[in-house]
Design a protein around this ligand. Sequence first.
Ligand code: DGL
Length: 262
Amino acid sequence: MDNRPIGIFDSGVGGISIWKEIRSKLPSEDTLYLADSRNAPYGEKAPGQILDLSIKNTEWLLDKGCKLIVVACNTATTNAIDHLRAHYPVPFIGIEPAIKPAALGSTSGKVGVLATKGTLSSALFHSTSRNHASHIEILEQEGRGLVELIEQGKAHSEDTRKLIRQYVQPMVAAGIDHLVLGCTHYPHLIPVLKEELPEGIRIIDCGEAVARQTFRILEEHNLLSSEKDRTIHQFYSNADHKLLSRFLEGVSGDVRVTYLDF
Ligand code: DGL
């Protein structure tokens, strides 16, 4: 048993989609979430910069005593997870676009992936695609501008809708039957995506699978927390921490949001 918190980081509010799944699957765990919004978007940065930011976030969470780290960001995972696993003594859970289930479920043989430039150009994304989806066609689309809009609190704005339409229409016209959300910010766009996609196209996001994997790894390393009625969830943001609070509206329990000069 280990009552230290689970550490989670992202370039901003995207990883909250993952945090919600972790909280519901692991109700006895405390969590500590770091939103590096000041440096968003990671997806437009060079691989070396993404690695440096991932190291900085990891070391901050480890200093705070986290027992496991969830890299709740596809861009950071695909560019930094091997390095993190090799250099730090805690288990890491990474997030990659869920190409495998989409490829297995596809009947049209065409799957769309909406992700950041940093993810789509990474070696890990290409090896995963080769290993799990070589029998289907993957249509890649960079979601340029979407993370910025979400970080400005404009996930449901007309500007966001226009960009989404521009990005999904060519994939729909090409015949995709699954759309993989390869960025943890994008589940915040699901209401708009559902309106813009024709019926029958499945949206795939990996939050639930990540929460299951987090449970398995904690169990395997004997790191699960003891059962408790009260858990603490601390959120730190180095930009507009009020935005983080808005994304957590309606969440019950001991949730603390703090600005961090980081
Ligand atoms: N939420 C992130 C991801 O999953 C990062 C997006 C960004 O900062 O560009 O890729």
